[in-house]
Write a protein that binds this ligand. Structure first.
Ligand code: N01
Length: 540
């Protein structure tokens, strides 16, 4: 159903930026509708997050049976996940399989970074420029650039002097890294650090973990996926996928609908113990009000501190590992295997860099305000310029040459996390303002892709050439986003990447939508039914 001439080989109906979960499915959907599409991917392979995050221990903390595409019934029946939580190599194999299965590769340019995207008012289309010197023109520009794709290395003085090896978890070398016999320092104890640390500890001569803020880490309770378990999932996929789509977080973990105050002490303890045993992110759903009621939240936090004390032999180390002063879950809950146990090893030292901050990297290690550490390898598990980082690195210019950086100077503003006023025909997939990082990303990616694909099909049939979020709709959505977040405990803990606090100078705004996947989908579908209310649709 191409609406463009094929005369110019660099003219397309749509350009998609990124070939991760969102970008691959977006490409597939548009090809199926007959569009001319090009995908531009900066990495040397498809897979997005799972292409870049190859650090030892990297695995998903949403169950594989949920964290997978639902659009291809045969695929979801055929594919056999080997573990409850798939590790990075298996996820990358899966995404490569999808690319081959749907013959997507001929439409993807790898090793091609988009440097700018400019809207042409007269042509109602975008010109997308790459670091390889190409200029692609397309009516629709679809940003599938990921929420956690720009590695954030802190600006610590002296890194250029370090004579050892340093790495960031989010840009891990394909050939891998050996820690055998090495003195290793890991900076950062978020989701990446807590997965990596136990594995590095097994290999290194000595591991120093530099912790600034303790976070809660649940035991993943990972295990091999049995055929019987997989068969049950597969037979129940219609109900389970439907449930995920209308749930709070886009997956099938059970939610306790009872409030903490409505349960007896024995019931509360039984609930918390069963969530600990279930592992992973189950604790986030222990009580209906765990993220809105301070008492429910603190009860959960104290239960977890008790578990840390049970596992970690040295009471001082246990206390240092116990999060204090920030509500449970307001920094992303981590999920790992053997994390707390690792600190019982004689060859692992926990260093508190809150009380004695890192001052500089030296030629041979790292110096805090109170001590010096000799290191052969430094691993930065220091997170990402999240949600806006990949977009802010592209020079995006909308109507009248206005830049996205100007439009978002005080933080990202979107309508539904999909459209931006002043930037017609540009769509963000799982961008800021949508549930994205507060959900099973694959579920949210599918919902965005399908919603955008339906809109583009509608535009084609109705001969619409320009679609733009109105300023009013964007303002109302931005207010709604802040209102929803304001009703939760997240508003009390601003020191997280959810707020942009981990990147110096970044505007501090709570970026994802907390209203839930089901509610978000209901609203988006209702807007579509109302002829895409809040978007201005202009005929060609
Ligand atoms: O990054 P993070 P991440 N000196 O930002 C510390 C997803 N994910 O890569 O809290 C010392 O969470 C920082 O300390 P503080 C998931 O959504 C999922 O681990 O700022 N420390 C913190 O401890 C996750 O939330 C999976 O005080 C410094 C750490 O570095 C998101 O990705 C796996 C520092 C950064 O933690 C990001 O996770 C991996 C400094 N100068 C990731 N700068 C799974 O599915 C930063 N830190 C399991």
């Amino acid at each position: 159903m191409s609406d463009r001439t094929a005369d110019d080989p660099e003219t397309y109906d749509a350009v998609v930026v990124g070939a991760g979960f969102s970008g691959l499915y977006m490409l597939h959907r548009l090809l199926r509708s007959g569009y001319r599409v090009r995908v531009l991917e900066a990495g040397s392979g498809v897979g997005g997050t799972w292409h870049h995050n190859r650090y030892p221990g990297a695995r998903c903390d949403i169950e594989s049976m949920d964290y997978s595409y639902s659009f291809d019934e045969e695929l979801q029946q055929e594919w056999q996940w080997s573990e409850r939580y798939a590790a990075q190599p298996e996820l990358l194999r899966y995404l490569n399989h999808v690319a081959d299965r749907h013959d997507l590769r001929p439409h993807i340019d790898l090793d091609t970074r988009v440097v700018s995207a400019g809207f042409d008012d007269a042509a109602d289309g975008w010109t997308v420029r790459t670091d390889t010197g190409r200029a692609l023109r397309a009516r629709w520009c679809l940003m599938a650039t990921g929420c956690l794709s720009v590695a954030q290395v802190p600006a610590i003085a002296g890194l250029d002097r370090f004579t050892g090896q340093w790495l960031h978890t989010g840009a891990w070398p394909k050939e891998g890294v050996s820690f055998e016999g090495k003195r290793v320092g890991v900076i950062g104890t978020g989701s990446s650090g807590t997965q990596l640390i136990p594995i590095v500890a097994e290999q290194a001569e000595h591991l120093h973990v530099f912790q600034r803020t303790a976070n809660f880490t649940m035991p993943a309770q990972n295990r091999p996926m049995t055929e019987a378990e997989s068969a049950v999932w597969k037979s129940e996929y219609p109900q389970r996928r439907a449930h995920a789509r209308t749930s709070g977080f886009g997956h099938n973990q059970p939610q306790n609908d009872r409030r903490h105050a409505d349960m007896t002490p024995a019931e509360r303890l039984a609930e918390l113990e069963s969530r600990w045993a279930a592992g992973g992110l189950h604790m986030m759903r222990a009580f209906a009000d765990v993220m809105t009621d301070a008492e429910a939240n603190e009860a959960t936090a104290e239960f977890l501190r008790g578990k840390i004390r049970e596992v970690v032999h040295d009471p001082e180390v246990a206390e240092l590992l116990s999060p204090r002063g920030l509500p449970f879950g307001t920094k992303r809950l981590c999920s790992g295997t053997g994390y707390y146990e690792t600190f019982n090893r004689p060859d692992v030292t926990l260093v508190d860099v809150r009380s004695a901050p890192v001052q500089e990297i030296t030629a041979t290690g790292l110096r805090t305000t109170t001590a010096e550490y000799e290191l052969d390898v430094i691993v930065f598990a220091t997170g990402f310029d999240a949600m806006t980082g990949s977009l802010s690195r592209i020079d995006v210019r909308g109507e009248g040459g206005k830049t996205l950086a100007e439009a978002w100077a005080a933080g990202p503003r979107t309508y539904l996390g999909l459209g931006v006023s002043g930037f017609p025909n540009l769509f963000l997939l799982t961008g800021p303002g949508s549930p994205s990082v507060f959900s099973n990303m694959v579920n949210s990616a599918e919902q965005h892709v399908e919603w955008v694909a339906d809109l583009l099909d509608h535009a084609h049939h109705e001969r619409i050439g320009r679609i733009e979020a109105t300023a009013d709709a964007e303002a109302a959505w931005t207010t709604h986003l802040a209102d929803v977040a304001g009703r939760t405990l997240y508003s009390r803990a601003r020191n997280s990447w959810f707020h942009g606090a981990n990147v110096p100078g970044k505007p501090q705004v709570f970026m994802p939508y907390l209203g839930g996947v089901g509610e978000y989908r209901r609203r988006a579908d209702e807007i579509a039914r109302q002829d895409y209310a809040g978007f201005q649709l202009t005929s060609r």
